[in-house]
Design a protein around this ligand. Structure first.
Ligand code: GDP
Ligand code: IMO
Ligand code: MG
Length: 427
């Protein structure tokens, strides 16, 4: 079972970092395949807490080689500061591999991200402001700068000039901002080149060879299924493909090599930024989920919007990702509710549907139809097996599994590595 994908089944922040770290001890490579430092993956190891943005969560497992694939957008200043932050805490980062084909996020991408959001006004996406969208836009427009360009000064300069040609017109004439100097950008980027050189590799070749040799490769998604630019709640999405297919394009590995796709699924739902969210709560229950679940952004510190579990979304994630397993996280957060509502369908203009509407305005008008499951009050954070859970918690998990269309193979009952109930092995 050499290649697994681990991805978010909702709108991100499902607990992918913890799940990846948990598997890190048993896998040879952990690969980020899309997104960039818009991600915020929290890993708790003993009394140490790490917040990773760009680096794969496998970096905390000594036997594991962390890889940044070609589909990721890399802000070199963030990469270097994340590396030095970990080194200062005694983490060995020397095994890191970075694809030479990954695109760079430069200072002008972050500037454009923030300026565009400001100009969108109330139609803004609520991006993380990290330059993700503008960098992917340049990639698709074929004016992007790649990691490998850092090592050829004259090509780098030509590419930056080409990229800034149009942008400077827009910045100066439309946004009334100062034009950006290509020379200054080049100097900044060249300043990173020497420090990054040792990490750059042909990661596609290395990963395919590893799979041939029977090594275990784990692809770690950023964001989540409903933030996918193709399959998410467009335009309120990120600019990449967190869904399973993204692992193939974002790492250069064919779909026939992937044997398992694990969807990380929170026992309730959260979302950061703008866009539709049918089960969102605006009452005391929403506030309680935020407080008990610690639902504040790892990257931007924003309050996460909170709501009940949505089975329509979970089923959709099973469909578009071909999920083989779920890892249900944060079940402990639901302790104490007398009954727990679960959205089993939507009502859209009087019609009931159990499938995610593919029409955007239908989704905006979707009203959740709830089923009410009995809650539990016992502390479950020490539970080690499924049988240790109170009967009502077991029934809640079983009901979610039934509704979601794939087996729940692990359950999170706390943020720590050992606060996990493993039902089926992932390997
Ligand atoms: P990611 O972006 O998917 O990696 O998730 P985040 O790290 O942004 O957010 C998940 C939060 O939940 C982090 O603070 C984790 O430490 C925490 N967490 C993960 N799994 C569990 C769990 O089973 N129970 C509890 N209480 N916290 C968890
Ligand atoms: P992890 O990996 C939750 C959201 C932003 C915004 C939209 C677009 O920690 O789950 P972007 O900066 O990507 O252009 O913003 O996507 N977003 C996330 N929400 N978790 C994330 O990452 C996210 N990364 C981006 O809030 O709504
Ligand atoms: Mg996160």
């Amino acid at each position: 079972m050499p290649a697994l994908v681990l991805l978010g089944a909702q709108w991100g922040d499902e607990g992918k970092g913890k799940a990846t770290d948990l598997l890190g001890g048993s896998v040879d490579y952990v690969v980020r395949y899309q997104g960039g430092n818009n991600a915020g993956h929290t890993v708790v190891v003993g009394d140490q807490k790490y917040a990773l943005h760009l680096l794969p969560s496998g970096i905390l497992s000594p036997g594991c080689t962390p890889v940044i694939g070609n589909g990721v957008v890399v802000d070199p200043s963030v990469l270097l500061s994340e590396l030095s932050g970990l080194q200062e805490r005694g983490v060995d980062t020397s095994k890191l591999l970075v694809s030479g084909n990954a695109h760079l996020i430069t200072s002008y991408h972050a500037t454009l991200d923030k300026t565009t959001e400001r100009f969108l006004g109330k139609r803004r996406i609520g991006t993380t402001g990290r330059g993700i969208g503008p960098s992917y836009a340049d990639k698709i427009n074929r004016v992007g700068i790649r990691v490998q360009d850092l090592f050829d000064e004259s090509i780098l300069m030509q590419k930056i000039e080409a990229a800034l040609d149009f942008k400077n017109q827009v910045l100066a004439k439309l946004y009334n901002r100062r034009a950006i100097s290509a020379q200054q950008v080049a100097e900044e980027l060249l300043g990173y080149a020497e420090q990054l050189k040792g990490y750059v590799a042909d990661t596609t070749l290395i990963l395919n060879d590893a799979i041939d040799e029977g090594k275990v490769v784990l692809f770690e998604g950023g964001q989540g299924t409903l933030l996918d630019v193709d399959h998410g709640t467009y335009p309120f999405v990120t600019s990449s493909n967190p869904t399973a297919g993204g692992a193939c394009t974002g790492a250069g590995v064919g779909p026939t090599r992937i044997s398992r796709v694990i969807g990380i699924l929170k026992a309730y739902t959260t979302r950061v930024g703008a866009g539709p969210f049918p089960t969102e709560l605006f009452d005391d229950d929403g506030e309680a989920l935020r407080r008990i679940g610690g639902e504040f952004g790892v990257t931007t510190g924003r309050n996460r919007r909170c709501g009940w579990f949505d089975a329509v979304i979970a089923r959709y994630a099973t469909r578009v990702n071909g999920l083989t397993d779920f890892f249900l996280t944060k079940l402990d957060v639901l302790t104490g509710w007398e009954q727990i509502p679960v959205c089993v369908a939507y009502e859209i203009e009087g019609e009931r549907t159990t499938e995610l509407p593919y029409n955007q305005s239908d989704f905006h008008h979707a009203k959740p139809v709830y089923e009410y499951l009995p809650g539990w009050s016992e502390d479950i954070t020490k539970a080690k097996t499924f049988a240790d859970l109170p009967k009502n918690a077991q029934a809640y998990v079983k009901a979610l599994e039934e509704m979601s269309g794939a087996p729940i193979s692990a359950i999170g009952v706390g943020p720590g590595r050992d606060e996990t109930i493993q039902i089926n092995s992932f390997l």
